[in-house]
Write a protein that binds this ligand. Structure first.
Ligand code: GLC
Length: 717
């Protein structure tokens, strides 16, 4: 508690009218036309606007680039600070999700880097670039756990694992908010979408979700718990309902759990229109109902649709919302504005950012995010070979940036062909004459090449909000190209520029090597070329399962045991899960190849057993494993540690990732991965939200992915 700030809040609040208090809860969309700007200035002068979201669209991620109008923002802030009665500065929010002018890999790709420090530094750079353009607040990180790649927004989040989500939450919040919120290079972060949006049924956006409290606490909440622990300034309420209760009108989720159990102290902003959507859910008769339900549930700020602005004054008079609740919401918003330093410094100073350094880091993160899924002794390629480059992503630029980026500099983006020409020279490349890279005349050229490289993928416009698909596959013409190239008897390398995992049956068998490049940002093409030719060695690991078929979804590694069969992910005894296909993943969670090989020693535990009391007192199990690089390249290996609580009062997942160490190991060298497992790692939450560690045996798996059998057991007595 900052006493000075609290005193300032009370002083400002005491002088505010009811209309001005309501104005603080109102976020409106950025005015674009002269008429909108004039009206917006008048509303600001009247104290009716507390924040402006810097986009005019409710699906900002899908729009063409829309530059920030810094001059207008400066004008509007002067109106708020100097011409309004309360002089409260405006808060400017924008979707700075995985980059600003410099674009980093989509968050799902970042999760595959398993590199917390690099992620945190990257998000620090992202904050620097956006803050230098007058942005105060970003609606990031998106922390929605998802097991369904049909959902277009899986690209924005951490994938299927709660622990990866928690690590990403911490790295992104700390990177964005820095040491001090008031630092000019810091952005206010926003943990979204609280909560459960990633469980939308059928992978169809905005659909209902069915999440038990047990699943909520153990799968969906950990990332938000970590964001709150990292001091996230704001949280965004999600579009979805959970088992018939819209989150945006749920006091249970937005107040009892978020504040009562997680201890969140910032403010909650609705998603765009999620207050108004309560009408569509059939839980509100009119917009006044919507406003009352949302405010009383715990939504402090209404994004962009004016439900609060239109109705709160009347709702106060009718006693349907209380003055105390209004003041509480205003206090939370004023506290964040004061912590951000907006009152002290409402106008940003012009300053330059180190774009060169940021681009270098974006490339580093892209290299570490990419996953080598298959390599039948084809990669790395020699630079003096004849390479036929074909496929629709050979000359593609915009899609390499992915969805949810609105401030990118396309002129910084090389296409794959350009990067290849730079890497090995035009004379080593056979390329299609046509822009699409798909034409027949390429086939004879491909026959003259030593290696065929196919630039495959999905458009950025097939991912993101309202961009769900029913078949996890490439376009028919790409599959036809794959099959045709296979007939030429040459090594065929597939580079996948995708936002989501594809179902790999019908794709992988036609390829000798697969590099999953994702939509990895501004430096995607350079990163791919460094990896293809061995200037860098792949180290990415899948943070989401790659299924064989779309019909296998949901398919995720941290699944609980089945009754009469193993489960499919980990085997199909005594009978197959499907009559028409294997149920195991094409590539499991945590999977990724290198150009070198790592041999794992047996894991060691010390001690082998601890009493529950000792664990509670802070004693830990020390787990260690040695890995030896037995290949021909220096490389990085993400050593993963999973637990399986064999017997518990609730069913526990067959594997739970609890830690990882990404180690750099030179050729012929041996390194040790050291872990500590204690009370915080060995328990689970009950459906009431109580954390429990129960005595019993735990299998500890330490290996290269979730299917490792490199294990030992420990006991809690
Ligand atoms: C969108 C998204 C949310 C985004 C917000 C503002 O509908 O759901 O993630 O931050 O609106 O653009």
């Amino acid at each position: 508690m900052n006493r000075e700030i609290e005193n300032q809040i009370e002083k400002i609040l005491a002088e505010m009218t009811v209309q001005e208090k309501i104005g603080q809860l109102n976020q409106q969309a950025e005015p674009r036309s002269d008429e909108e700007i004039t009206l917006c200035k008048q509303k600001i002068r009247n104290g009716e606007v507390g924040s402006i979201i810097l986009t005019a669209s409710s699906t900002a991620g899908n729009e063409k680039k829309s530059p920030i109008n810094e001059e207008l923002l400066d004008e509007l802030q002067h109106v708020a600070v100097e011409e309004s009665r309360s002089h409260v500065p405006l808060l400017y929010g924008r979707d700075v999700i995985h980059g600003h002018q410099t674009v980093y890999p989509i968050p799902l790709a970042c999760a595959c880097a398993f590199n917390e420090e690099l992620l945190k530094k990257s998000y620090r750079n992202i904050a620097r670039e956006a803050a230098a353009q007058s942005v105060h607040w970003t609606f990031s990180p998106m922390l929605d756990l998802s097991r369904d790649p049909r959902w277009g927004r899986i690209i924005e989040g951490p994938g299927e694992d709660p622990y990866v989500g928690a690590v990403m939450a911490r790295a992104c919040v700390e990177g964005l908010q820095g040491e001090e919120l008031s630092d000019e290079d810091s952005l206010l972060a926003c943990a979204k979408h609280y909560i459960g949006y990633g469980a939308s049924e059928g992978g169809r956006d905005y659909q209902r979700t069915e999440i038990t409290d047990y699943s909520l606490y153990n799968y969906y909440l950990p990332a938000f718990r970590a964001a709150v622990s990292a001091g996230v300034a704001t949280v965004m309420s999600s579009f979805n309902d959970i088992s018939g209760q819209p989150v945006t009108s749920s006091r249970k989720y937005l107040t009892d759990i978020l504040r009562g159990q997680l201890g969140f102290e910032g403010f909650v902003v609705s998603d765009w229109g999620s207050v108004h959507h309560l009408l569509n859910f059939g839980v509100a008769r009119d917009r006044a109902d919507c406003a009352a339900l949302a405010l009383n549930a715990g939504v402090d700020m209404d994004m962009a649709v004016g439900c609060y602005a239109e109705n709160l004054e009347q709702l106060l008079k009718e006693g349907r919302v209380s003055r105390e609740r209004l003041d509480e919401a205003v206090r939370r918003i004023l506290r964040v504005k004061l912590l951000k330093g907006l009152f002290a410094h409402p106008y940003p100073k012009k300053r330059r950012v180190d774009r060169g350094g940021h681009l270098a880091m974006a490339k580093e993160l892209a290299v570490e995010s990419m996953v080598l899924l298959k390599n039948e002794r084809v990669l790395p390629l020699a630079k003096d070979r004849k390479i036929a480059l074909l496929g629709p992503f050979a000359k593609e630029r915009r899609s390499l940036l992915g969805n949810w980026t609105v401030d990118y500099c396309l002129e910084d983006v090389k296409c794959f062909q350009e990067a290849l020409e730079e890497k090995i020279g035009r004379e080593h490349l056979l390329v299609s004459a046509d822009e699409s890279g798909m034409f027949d005349d390429s086939v004879p050229k491909a026959g003259m090449a030593d290696v065929i490289v196919l630039a495959l993928g999905e458009s950025w416009e097939r991912t993101g909000e309202r961009r769900c698909i029913s078949e996890l596959s490439l376009s028919a013409d790409q599959i036809a190209l794959l099959k045709r190239m296979r007939t030429l008897g040459k090594p065929v390398v597939g580079v996948f520029f995708c936002g989501r995992p594809m179902a790999m049956d019908g794709l992988a068998e036609y390829l000798d090597a697969i590099l999953y490049a994702w939509h990895a940002g501004t430096k995607t093409a350079d990163a791919v070329c460094d990896l293809l030719f061995g200037d860098r060695v792949p180290s990415g690991k899948t943070a989401v399962t790659f299924p064989r078929r779309t019909g296998h979804i949901p398919l995720y590694y941290n699944v609980t045991p089945s009754g009469s069969t193993i489960n499919g992910y980990y085997g199909e005894e005594p009978f197959p899960c499907y009559l028409d296909s294997a149920a195991s993943p094409a590539y499991p969670f945590g999977y990724g190849l290198s150009y070198t090989m790592f041999r794992y020693g047996a894991p060691q535990a010390s001690p082998q057993a601890l009493s529950l009391a000792a664990l509670v007192a802070g004693e830990m199990f020390h787990i260690s494993v040695e890995i030896t690089n037995i290949g021909e390249y220096d490389g990085k290996e993400t050593v993963q540690l999973y637990i399986h609580d064999r017997i518990a009062s609730r069913m526990r997942p067959l594997r739970e990732l609890k830690a990882w160490r990404k180690l750099s190991v030179g050729c012929g060298q041996t390194a040790a991965a050291e872990f500590e497992l204690g009370y915080a790692q060995l328990g689970f939450y009950t459906e009431e939200g109580n954390y429990l560690v129960e005595p019993g045996c735990f299998d500890i798996y330490v290996g290269e992915n979730c299917l490792t059998e490199n294990r030992l057991s420990i006991e809690v007595r």
